[in-house]
Design a binder for this molecule. Sequence first.
Ligand SMILES: [Zn+2]
Length: 139
Amino acid sequence: MFAYSINRGRTKSYKTLYNEPCECLYCQNFRTAYPKLCPHGNALLERFGLSVDSALEVAEDGSENSEDVNYTAYFCVAGTLTADGYNVVVRDTSDIRLFKPSTREAVYNNTDIEEPYYILRLEVNLPWVLESRPEPINQ
Ligand SMILES: [Zn+2]
């Protein structure tokens, strides 16, 4: 069954044109921890023409009872997708799903890329691996 195609060249040139990696500590932690701890998911990103540096948006959510951070990262892939919400099999703890630009799912979709394209959503729980830590937020 055909589910998606990848135009790696166009995905990579899009990344060069539009993506500036965020420099906050949470995003730095994501970029450092993910390739180390989820090598299979990281290899999958590379197969799409992506890397941890090329996320459109990275959202983080610390859980109260652990040191881990829940990350949701959105990427943009040039290519066609026939199955909205397609779940790409990853042999580690990452969850990777593909969404059409027209999806009803609340995905980050602010791109300037030309069609056809789709959104890759990566969800993963990662420990803190950097030496510096963000200031605690007082509530
Ligand atoms: Zn950031």
